[in-house]
Design a protein. Sequence first.
Length: 220
Amino acid sequence: MNRLTVPVRVWDAPVRLFHWGIVALFGLSWLSESRGWMQVHFASGYALLAALLFRIAWGFAGSESARFARFLRHPVAGLRQLSRLHHREPDTEVTHNAAGGWMVLLILLLLAIQIATGLSANDDISVEGPLAKYVGKETSDWLTHVHWVNFQIIEAVVLLHLLMLAAYAIVKRHDLVRPMITGTKHLPPAIRAPRMVGARRALALLALAGAIVVYIAVWV
């Protein structure tokens, strides 16, 4: 088997910043809630919302490897990918593999649920999300419960994600973490590098996402 590889840029800066930003912000959201720092909790939630809106937009208008159409494949392909987990073979993916793509979609969906319910939640004392007054107390209480339960689900999914990263590293010898830091993978020479989009478009989409969040936080 030919093990010759060359460095290929697979992840752009926006995707990498989103990934590690979500990790930091989610950790801050957990810490601030556990310590009762609710203003910090709301601030981290708004930042998470801006990041999520940006990532959704980037999934349609961003670099090739970041686009949903590029890495979301038929669910059967994802199951087939998992069935070959025990096979050691070269890494040839320039984006998320078939199983990883569905994991990304699941995490984004759970984040969306967490943020949406947080915007409508209340603590039964003096703190409530900006949308709580529009949904009513009973609905707000139910969404507060969903917010708590969904957090437990996110914890389980994150643990599963970490276990899968470890399995790919140990069993298949695929380092999936380093490329998310450096943006570069070592792939066979025949693999075509994905097309990257310039920073100007990323900044424009981030500004739009930020404007939406400011509107929700200040005027809704």
